[in-house]
Design a protein around this ligand. Structure first.
Ligand code: UGC
Ligand code: NI
Length: 160
């Protein structure tokens, strides 16, 4: 079974798939009488025929080795995962290859990062690896199906 290596999550590496939500080199503006740095407008939110909603996901942390046998995407909207703890999680994405996921890439967050998957980007399901598994999620609320799943012809293994 093919193993997938894990890379640290960076905005540059993740750019083809979405946005990294993290403190930037410089704030957009200082607010609250200089007591708070605001980093504005970090994610490309995109919802067709629906609206943005904020949900909470409570996921059980996975144990190593992880078997990656399915990837999914949301044709009608972006999806952001913002951790409610400072625990790292795995972010698994793949380019589209004629309507199927191409070679997956695996990133590990540094505990102070969230991600926003752009619309229709192949990704693995939410994958906490330790901690409380609590995440705030910003994604599309609307009618109709917004979930396309693809079961991989051959699974991958991820050690962490
Ligand atoms: N299905 C669902 O709401 N969650 C997935 O989209 C996911 O990315 O975890
Ligand atoms: Ni998803």
């Amino acid at each position: 079974m093919t193993m997938l290596a894990i890379s640290p999550l960076t905005a540059a590496a993740f750019a083809p798939f979405g946005d990294v939500l993290q403190v930037q080199a410089a704030p957009s503006v200082m607010i609250n009488r200089g007591n708070c740095a605001r980093y504005s407008d970090l994610a490309g939110l995109d919802f067709s025929d629906g609206r943005a909603g904020i949900s909470v996901f409570h996921a059980k942390p996975y144990r190593s080795p992880l078997l990656l046998d399915m990837m999914e995407r949301h044709p009608q909207g972006s999806q952001a995962f913002i951790p409610m703890s400072d625990d790292p999680f795995l972010v698994i994405v793949a380019p589209d290859n004629d309507g199927k996921p191409g070679l997956p890439q695996v990133f590990e967050t540094d505990g102070l990062q969230g991600v926003n998957y752009h619309r229709n980007v192949w990704h693995g399901v939410l994958t906490p690896i330790r901690g409380n598994g609590l995440f705030t999620v910003v994604d599309r609320i609307g009618s109709g199906s917004n979930l396309e799943e693809h079961w991989l012809d051959s699974a991958y293994q991820i050690l962490f």
